[in-house]
Design a protein around this ligand. Structure first.
Ligand code: ZN
Length: 271
């Protein structure tokens, strides 16, 4: 599943290619894709509109239209947004936006788990309940440290999009390793210094990943169909049984809420 760096990589690619284009026609191949609007209504609201910006909130890709409406897309497991020429088709297309002048944007999604919402503003769900957004002015220490006043294990706390947006399984493991914190420790067991490290490391690790165009294991592609490179820089994620890059102890995998967490039992404690 794409996390903040992969979504940001897609957004940056699309921003330069789509901004300013006018939607000539919308083809909905999968009528189940729009979540909060009827397909015919979505088509009516989009056709003729100019795309004024492409941006990101959490793991959502937002297309801002000239009338202020937002199309919010979440790629989930296998979703891709690809810019193609008019006569190109992709295998698992769910919606196509044809632009004046010939290019088109296709959402291709093998497992069909991606979502699309049409919103009037960011104050609506699913965006309104998202938590602190790294890289913005809202990402403040006083608010951040209060998120740890819980018995929830650290790893799950970092995955909770209502607390901090953007982290998923890969970057939560990587951030906790660099902070030297045990993913199983509960939020309220962590020292002030440990929280401070997380506050600083979250944007640091995410920006390194963005600089490398995200992480690709199997499915992630940017808007040109290219893969990311950050998988070459991961220190613990999917490294079970391999030596810790800091101390040589074998990296361990544990299950937390049905998902794998990777950590070094020697380097990571309660801070
Ligand atoms: Zn270690």
């Amino acid at each position: 599943m794409p996390e903040l760096p992969e979504v940001e990589t897609v957004v940056q690619g699309l921003r330069s290619r789509i901004t300013g284009k006018v939607v000539d026609e919308v083809l909905i191949h999968d009528p189940d894709l729009p979540r909060n609007v009827e397909p015919e209504q979505l088509v009516r609201k989009l056709e003729g509109q100019r795309v004024s910006d492409v941006r990101r909130r959490g793991k959502y890709i937002l297309f801002e239209l000239a009338n202020g409406n937002l199309v919010a897309i979440h790629l989930r497991m296998t979703g891709k947004l690809l810019v193609c020429s008019e006569d190109e088709d992709t295998e698992y297309q769910r919606i196509t936006f044809l632009f004046e002048g010939g290019e088109k944007l296709v959402m291709d999604d093998l497992r069909r788990l991606g979502t699309l919402d049409l919103l009037e503003s960011e104050d609506e769900e699913p965006l309104s309940s998202l938590g602190l957004e790294p890289f913005t002015d809202d990402y403040e220490w006083e608010e951040f440290r209060e998120l740890f006043d819980t018995t929830q294990p650290l790893k799950l706390l970092l995955l909770a999009q209502k607390k901090i947006t953007g982290l998923g399984n890969i970057y939560a493991s990587e951030v906790l390793f660099r902070a030297g914190l045990d993913p199983r420790a509960s939020g309220n067991e962590i020292s002030e210094e440990g929280k401070r490290k997380l506050f600083e490391l979250i944007p640091e690790v995410l920006s390194e990943a963005i600089e490398n165009n995200g992480t690709t294991f199997s499915n992630f592609r940017d808007s040109s169909g290219e893969t990311g490179n950050f998988q070459d820089f991961l220190r613990v994620y999917q490294k079970e049984g391999e030596p810790c890059p800091a101390c040589g102890t074998e990296i361990v995998r544990v299950d937390q809420s049905g998902r794998g967490t990777y950590y070094c039992p020697n380097c990571q404690d309660k801070g």
